[in-house]
Design a protein around this ligand. Sequence first.
Ligand SMILES: Cc1cc2nc3c(=O)[nH]c(=O)nc-3n(C[C@H](O)[C@H](O)[C@H](O)COP(=O)(O)OP(=O)(O)OC[C@H]3O[C@@H](n4cnc5c(N)ncnc54)[C@H](O)[C@@H]3O)c2cc1C
Length: 387
Amino acid sequence: MHLRLTEEQKMVQQTIRKFVEKELIPLENDVLKNEREGRPSISNEKLKELQLKAKEAGFWGINTPEEYGGVDLGQMMMAIVFMEISKTFVPFFFGGSADNILYYGNEEQKEKYLIPTINGDKKSCFAMTEPGAGSDTRNIKMTAVKDGNEWVLNGEKTFITGGNEADFVMVIAVTDKDKGPEGVTCFIVDRDMGWESEYIHTMGEWGPASLFFDNVRVPEENILGEVNGGYKLGLEWIGFARWVVGARAVGAAERLLQMAIDYSKERETFGKPIADRQAIQWQIADSAVEIEAAKWLVLNAAYTLDAGEDNRHLASMAKLYGSNMGNNVVDRVLQIHGGMGYTRELPIERWYREARLWRIYDGTDEIQRLIISRNLLKGHVKVGQFI
Ligand SMILES: Cc1cc2nc3c(=O)[nH]c(=O)nc-3n(C[C@H](O)[C@H](O)[C@H](O)COP(=O)(O)OP(=O)(O)OC[C@H]3O[C@@H](n4cnc5c(N)ncnc54)[C@H](O)[C@@H]3O)c2cc1C
């Protein structure tokens, strides 16, 4: 067991760190200004320009197989990359990627949807959640009824990330209501087949969408995977992202903690820097300990997947602990900055609002606890099994 990054991993970490410092952090003031004046955080042109710069440094399709032009870094590297990239709130993401379940498409679907998504010519979204079915995904009501060689979709999806911008959606609908989770199917549905979207305003700087399907006709060939095989695809889509939320929280929390350390040394009250007060020191210490713990959980979840083992238990732990850690840290950092922390002159309040989402999407805190405890109580995972 070697508990240090390899030379290659360190190199990737340093490269991304430099990219963040040189290309992204200088954009932060503009991002805040844009958002506060109601414009998109960053223009599409700027995002593309940044993605091309990252491509020059070798970061294109970081989780995309080489046969599709990616570099397929593997999960550990991805964890390292996500932790670094999240040290800024500039909403950057690397080009050359597609949702993991699109790879389950047949050759025609890959040609029509996967490749254009990887190339950045098409945008996708994934829709499982409904107004009456969030955590309780088994309660999905959206229907797909076969009519000739088409399926007719009716229902509403909600909270769909990218739902307003997407050219097509991978949507889960009930195809056999007597079979429960074994009776749902994933369909690839182009926007011009007739679904509509509506932006949902949130406390964050971007919002998901509601999607409306009113007799939307979808050809048989647009089924992704198998008929009645949608639930598994849905869980796969969600499962992947889980530990990534923890990784993002680690990156943000490290940056925020550094801000608090710097500020506490400068800010004087009653004739001394606040860094000299135990009340502040303990908040710094607790934050540092929690960040470190979350980091190891994230790395373990990523490592386990790279090793070809089932990492779902660890991914839930990394997601649960990481997102709570992120919320604790941003709250302490805001507190250490006092009134300034509450203002819009600093980005802390922005991070504070964003962090709150981490505890909700990709499975809430309560659902992660349910999964973790169920695994232990049913004996799927033994206490202390992993190391
Ligand atoms: C910004 C944003 C983006 C999102 N993006 C997507 C997306 O792209 N695609 C998609 O399909 N979905 C997406 N979601 C939906 C998200 O996954 C759900 O909001 C989440 O799973 C919770 O579902 P819910 O909101 O219906 O809450 P509910 O399931 O109604 O839960 C309400 C509360 O009850 C708790 N609870 C529920 N069941 C139990 C239980 N058995 N035991 C204990 N407590 C329980 C929950 O933890 C929560 O605190 C997104 C959500 C948001 C806010």
